[in-house]
Design a protein around this ligand. Structure first.
Ligand SMILES: [Zn+2]
Length: 255
């Protein structure tokens, strides 16, 4: 009687071990929230939409990433800088702050659309990246590791400009030819227009085809109304239920 009993236990043990191993072998599905256009200056303060999502992240014990437009820090608002420091993941908070350009400008020259990192000289782009990084570190004590350009517009000069700032080792929606940095590609959208989230449209896109193992979902939470915010929280709840794990870019890349 002792042997079958022992065999049964061993069998059960193996079954448990097999389940544990297969769970560890399956790569986690990762979602990263790419939220753009944070300003923190006397002229352009942190708007309530960012605070609402940061509070949500605290409440849900999850993480978000916020893209900073750095010219706003030329005349920083002390309360807003304190808010950034308090929420920074480096300081025990739940927000990864990333570089979203110096001025986020776009204009037209002789009928051609130009933006901060598209159609501008390499010197212009380099200065905007280096000035942004220096000012962000000077005002907050933090270091940018991630870049995502305004309008997601870049050109052939942008990788060369980024070479001037080696700390920027992760590029949101960057060119896949760039082997110097980790490129995080674009996935489906949660906004149907800038600043307008749609749970229904997201679900349609999500269910239309199988998704990559990492989704980098862009939003403009400073512009969200109550409906957009609620739809965002519904998308987040759905993805959590589906087994998606929320990370920052740094956590995902392992930095
Ligand atoms: Zn933007």
């Amino acid at each position: 009687m002792r042997f079958p009993c022992k065999c049964l236990l061993t069998g059960l043990g193996l079954a448990v071990l097999t389940v544990m191993l297969s769970a560890a072998d399956v790569p986690a599905k990762v979602v990263i929230w790419k939220l753009d256009d944070l300003t923190a200056g006397e002229k352009r303060r942190v708007v309530p939409g960012f605070k609402r999502v940061a509070d949500w992240a605290d409440e849900k014990k999850t993480v978000i990433t916020l893209g900073v437009i750095c010219e706003s820090l030329s005349k920083p608002n002390a309360d807003d800088i304190a808010w950034i420091k308090k929420h920074a993941i480096e300081n025990g908070g739940r927000v990864e702050f990333w570089l979203h350009g110096w001025d986020h400008k776009s204009w037209e020259e002789k009928g051609v659309k130009i933006s901060e990192f598209k159609g501008t000289p390499v010197e212009h782009q380099t200065k905007h990246l280096t000035d942004s990084c220096e000012l962000f570190t000077k005002t907050t004590g933090l270091i940018f590791h991630v870049f995502g350009s305004p309008y997601n517009q870049i050109d052939v000069h942008t990788p060369a400009a980024m070479d001037a700032v080696p700390a920027l080792s992760i590029w949101m929606y960057g060119p896949k030819e760039d082997k110097q940095r980790t490129i995080l590609p674009r996935s489906i959208n949660m906004e149907i227009a800038t600043g307008k989230v749609s749970y229904d449209a997201f679900m349609k896109a999500y269910q239309a085809k199988s998704q990559p193992a990492m989704m980098l979902l862009q939003g403009h939470c400073g512009m969200w109304d109550d409906k957009s915010f609620t739809d965002f929280t519904k998308i987040a709840a759905f993805l959590a239920q589906e087994g998606w794990v929320t990370k920052t870019c740094g956590q995902y890349v392992g930095k």
